[in-house]
Design a protein around this ligand. Structure first.
Ligand code: SF4
Ligand code: SF4
Length: 137
């Protein structure tokens, strides 16, 4: 009896579709909630470094002087912390997966192109503050 049970299981397994996919040759399914890869809009990054501080695996490096933002794809555990903490909302979690990498040189470096907007100039009044109060008293 045990033999027939085993044969039944073996035949059923052979006839069934595999439970796994041949990634990357077969594209994985993604949903709106899939965490694929982190991407950045460098024109909005203010180099505050919050993402670097919050990243649990040390995958992000922000160099303010050199105006670069980089991510080590092999270190990233796709936790979404950096996306949630970014005050400029320039980080997004894409639903597509990053192509397979096999070497530890998968560091994406982005040049930050954000330009701080100039403060609007104060209108020149010609009178110093407090002059009016001195005359009225
Ligand atoms: S998703 Fe998580 S692990 Fe990946 S870079 Fe952002 S904070 Fe770091
Ligand atoms: S990506 Fe966002 S959190 Fe990271 S340095 Fe730029 S503005 Fe700050």
């Amino acid at each position: 009896m045990a033999f027939f049970e085993m044969a039944k299981t073996a035949i059923g397994t052979v006839l069934r579709k595999p439970a796994t996919r041949r990634y990357p040759s077969v594209a994985p399914k993604s949903t709106p909630l899939t965490r694929g890869r982190v991407s950045i809009d460098p024109s909005r990054c203010i180099s505050c470094g919050m993402c670097m501080k919050k990243c649990p695996s040390g995958a992000i490096c922000v160099r303010k002087e050199e105006k670069t933002w980089s991510i080590d794809r092999l270190k990233c555990v796709v936790c979404n912390c950096c996306v949630e903490v970014c005050p400029a909302h320039c980080l997004t979690m894409e639903t597509s997966y990053f192509p397979c990498v096999t070497e530890h040189s998968a560091i994406d470096v982005h040049a930050i192109t954000y330009v701080k907007p100039e403060r609007p100039k104060r209108p020149e009044t010609g009178e110093k503050a407090g002059e009016g109060t001195a005359e009225s008293s």
